[in-house]
Ligand binder design. Structure first.
Ligand code: HEC
Length: 140
């Protein structure tokens, strides 16, 4: 009987964790298999600069040397196809030393990989979720 009670408590703990899956600030208490939806991650990590609609007009945008690009036009700027490879490279390694000097865009690889260097699968899945979400925002 005691086991039943115990496992019920455990299961409930998981339920609660599942329900409030709003990401907290990046910290290493997050479970290594924590993979929020692209939308949630975008709000959490990207909207301050790129804007909640990804149009490049987030509250921080005016403070940056290089304005954050409109991410709904990525496909348009890449011959009509959403550039998955390019975006996942940017997310892992940053936009790189761009032609116009150093970049204001943080490198996200360490952040997405931060809580679990071991769990590459989860890292890749987070990046994929973000890419899928951005792909869904593309303007024709
Ligand atoms: C601190 C502000 C800031 C945050 C936060 C930020 N970005 Fe950026 N991002 C920029 C800036 C500025 C550039 C342009 C950099 C350059 O050209 O050197 C950029 C460039 C990009 C590019 C390349 C766009 C292009 O047209 O080549 C992508 C893709 C991108 N960001 C996606 C994201 C995603 C996804 C997130 C969230 C995980 C994010 N950014 C968070 C500021 C930010």
């Amino acid at each position: 009987m005691r086991y039943v009670v115990l496992s019920t408590i455990l299961v409930c703990a998981f339920c609660v964790a599942g329900v409030k899956s709003q990401p907290a600030a990046v910290d290493d208490t997050l479970p290594s298999n924590y993979v929020p939806s692209g939308k949630v991650m975008f709000k959490q990590y990207c909207a301050t600069c790129h804007g909640s609609e990804a149009k490049g007009n987030g509250p921080l945008a005016s403070l940056l040397k290089v304005p954050p690009p409109d991410l709904t036009k990525l496909a348009q700027r890449h011959a009509g196809k959403f550039p998955y490879d390019y975006v996942s490279t940017v997310l892992q390694f940053g936009p790189g030393p761009s032609a116009h000097g150093s970049s204001d865009m943080p490198t996200w690889g360490p952040i997405f990989g931060y809580f679990d260097k071991q769990n590459q699968k989860a890292v890749q899945q987070r990046i994929k979720n973000l890419c899928d979400y951005l792909a869904s925002l593309q303007e024709p």
